[in-house]
Design a protein around this ligand. Structure first.
Ligand SMILES: O=C(O)CCC(=O)C(=O)O
Length: 257
């Protein structure tokens, strides 16, 4: 399937730095994705393979994130590397796109939120990159959907704090738009678009896939990114922080398990 975005969609993307495409996956694709995410979340911990991150919630220890999935799941590999998701990312980028990283953020009941941030500081190896998020469960302001501040994606990095996030006082001055999603909806966003999300205050999970693509002209840097991430996590002192570190920036408010 060839993806062609309308002029209105492209204008919105250029103006705000993000665009939601309702019903991006078909019902059958959405159902497959839900089954695959159920499967992946039950994989045993294996530091040599996929990377699971767990958080302490009021209801016990729950998975917060799984990443580095591609080599271990053929359905996910096909969805992320062929067809409409990479094609649409390429169309928005203005040149063919290649996968840089992939993750599932689970946000189970009581799961932590994310402080206001831009993704760019976490992805050191690439310049031109965008992320596609795909809803596995419905996402609402109550269960922790994303909120975006529009029209700031062309201003570079904004007032970063010591964690690589947007300074909290500055973030409070921004206008935040919630982006609720239904399963199968996609939301593409620039790596400079400021976003954040609250904790999950409901009894249902809010699982979302996040797929980051860079311009092919910058190279295939995924393995290098993950090798570097594994190295820096292995060197970090796990007891040094009250927050669970799941990224190279300190944006996640979940508690260590
Ligand atoms: O899953 C969320 O609620 C936010 C995720 C996010 O912004 C990130 O992982 O950088």
């Amino acid at each position: 399937m060839n993806i062609t975005l309308s002029v209105t969609q492209l204008d919105r993307w250029n103006q705000t730095g993000y665009i939601k495409i309702p019903g991006f996956l078909t019902a059958a694709e959405t159902e497959n994705l839900r089954e695959w995410v159920d499967e992946i979340s039950s994989w045993p911990a294996d530091d040599e393979k996929w990377m699971h991150h767990f958080e302490q919630t009021p209801f016990g220890v729950r998975p917060a994130r799984t990443e580095y999935i591609l080599a271990f799941h053929s359905g996910i590999r096909q969805l992320l590397t062929q067809g409409k998701i990479p094609e649409c990312a390429g169309e928005l980028m203005g040149e063919p796109a290649i996968l840089y990283k992939e993750k599932i953020n689970y946000k189970y009941p009581g799961g932590g939120g994310y402080a206001a941030h831009q993704d760019a500081p976490a992805y050191e190896f690439i310049r031109n990159h965008i992320t596609c998020s795909v809803a596995v469960d419905a996402a609402t302001p109550e269960n922790g959907c994303l909120f975006f501040a529009p029209e700031l994606h062309q201003r570079g990095l904004l007032h970063l704090d010591k964690n690589g996030c947007i300074d909290a006082e500055y973030a409070e001055t921004l206008d935040w738009e919630p982006i609720p999603m239904q399963p199968g909806d996609a939301l593409f966003f620039s790596s400079y678009a400021p976003h954040k999300s609250p904790p999950n205050a409901t009894e249902q999970s809010r699982r979302t896939l996040y797929l980051t693509y860079n311009a092919v002209t910058e190279g295939d840097l995924r393995e290098e990114y993950y090798a570097d991430k594994r190295r820096s996590f292995a060197q970090a002192d796990p007891t040094s922080d009250e927050k669970l570190k799941i990224s190279k920036i300190g944006h996640f408010d979940g508690k260590p398990a």
